[in-house]
Design a protein. Structure first.
Length: 74
């Protein structure tokens, strides 16, 4: 997979976030794969060979967590 650099991350999330309630870039999340707490703005995007884009944990590629593995931190 190849990392894609996203210039307007809020716009990218608005257009590509797969769930209801798009998070704000300043929101805090926890990745259940690596147990890291991070700011949403730090997410990474990777594209696979078929062209599918994955919204990934900031620890990627060391962590294989994607947006489905994130939970809000209060």
């Amino acid at each position: 997979m190849k990392e894609i650099i996203i210039k307007d991350k809020q716009k990218y999330l608005k257009e590509n976030y797969p769930f209801e309630g798009v998070p704000k870039l300043k929101d805090k999340m926890r990745c259940i794969h690596c147990d890291m707490i991070f700011t949403v703005a730090d997410f990474k995007v990777f594209k696979d060979n078929s062209g599918f884009e994955f919204i990934c944990c900031p620890n990627s590629p060391d962590c294989d967590g994607t947006v489905i593995d994130w939970f809000e931190v209060e």
